[in-house]
Design a protein around this ligand. Structure first.
Ligand code: HEM
Ligand code: HEM
Length: 207
């Protein structure tokens, strides 16, 4: 059976044809290069990465009142970028469903495979739940959520300042969890590239 993979629409010339050893077909750029992520998969990944790496510092600056005269703008930007992450993750999950991720090299130990899965699924889930808690807590506080100045999201919770504060505490803890997962994820990518010297990072960078 031929399954469309993240690597199945690579724009590069294929010299080695399809790899059918594991029963799944994916094109390779040459005999040793292994499978590559498609342009779409890479664009989705790096756009998410850019937004997540922006939303975390914006949230920290906003929560600690470090923004000075830019404080309101930083709040708005944090909420806007946070809101944009939800449709992006949903799109990414749909794409992933139709284009399953590439297999890891055979010699990766079971524990590392498990850690990678937990990290990826942890990120997918938290990146959907986190903006929702932000939206609910902001609604309960009765502050508005304007997305990049284009439109306003409606409040989705009755006004309740005490509940808002409790939920922002949860938002803070989940922000910390996301930061730790992202740090571990980046560390793992660098470990593959610099220590194991395999193609895991480059197949997400150059395809
Ligand atoms: C900062 C926010 C980031 C998030 C939320 C994120 C999220 C993800 C997720 C969820 C996957 C799994 C794809 C899947 O199997 O469905 C993934 C794959 C990957 N990410 Fe990230 N990522 C981020 C940043 C980065 C950075 C900065 C790097 C490089 C230093 C990186 C390198 C990779 C690589 C190499 C893969 C492919 C792993 C494989 O082929 O198995 N990511 N990323
Ligand atoms: C993936 C998306 C998001 C991430 C990763 C994230 C992360 C964070 C982080 C790390 C903080 C700082 C917490 C602290 O140090 O106390 C924060 C604060 C905050 N976030 Fe988010 N956030 C996201 C989405 C949203 C959304 C969509 C909204 C609103 C609609 C929102 C509203 C807020 C507000 C108002 C604060 C400041 C809370 C305070 O003043 O104590 N966030 N966020």
């Amino acid at each position: 059976m031929v399954v469309a993979r993240f690597g199945s629409e690579s724009g590069k010339a294929m010299t080695a044809g399809n790899n059918i050893e594991d029963g799944l077909a994916y094109p390779t750029t040459d005999a040793s290069a292994g499978p590559a992520y498609t342009m779409t998969a890479r664009a989705l990944h790096w756009t998410t990465a850019f937004l997540v790496l922006s939303v975390i510092p914006l949230g920290i600056v906003a929560a600690n009142d470090w923004g000075g005269s830019m404080q309101d703008t930083i709040y708005d930007l944090h909420r806007s970028v946070g809101a944009a992450i939800v449709p992006l993750i949903v799109l990414r999950l749909i794409y992933r469903w139709t284009h399953p991720p590439l297999p890891l090299p055979d010699d990766i130990p079971e524990l590392q495979r498990f850690a990678a899965n937990v990290t990826h699924w942890g990120l997918y889930i938290l990146l959907i739940v986190q903006p929702l808690t932000g939206w609910i807590a902001t609604s309960a506080y009765r502050a508005s959520v304007t997305v990049f100045g284009w439109f306003e999201l409606p409040p989705i919770s009755p006004e309740n300042r005490a509940f808002s504060e409790q939920l922002f505490f949860v938002h803070r803890l989940m922000g910390l969890a996301i930061t730790c997962l992202v740090a571990g994820h980046i560390g793992a990518a660098l470990y593959h590239h610099l220590v194991r010297k395999d193609r895991i990072l480059m197949r997400m960078v150059t395809g």
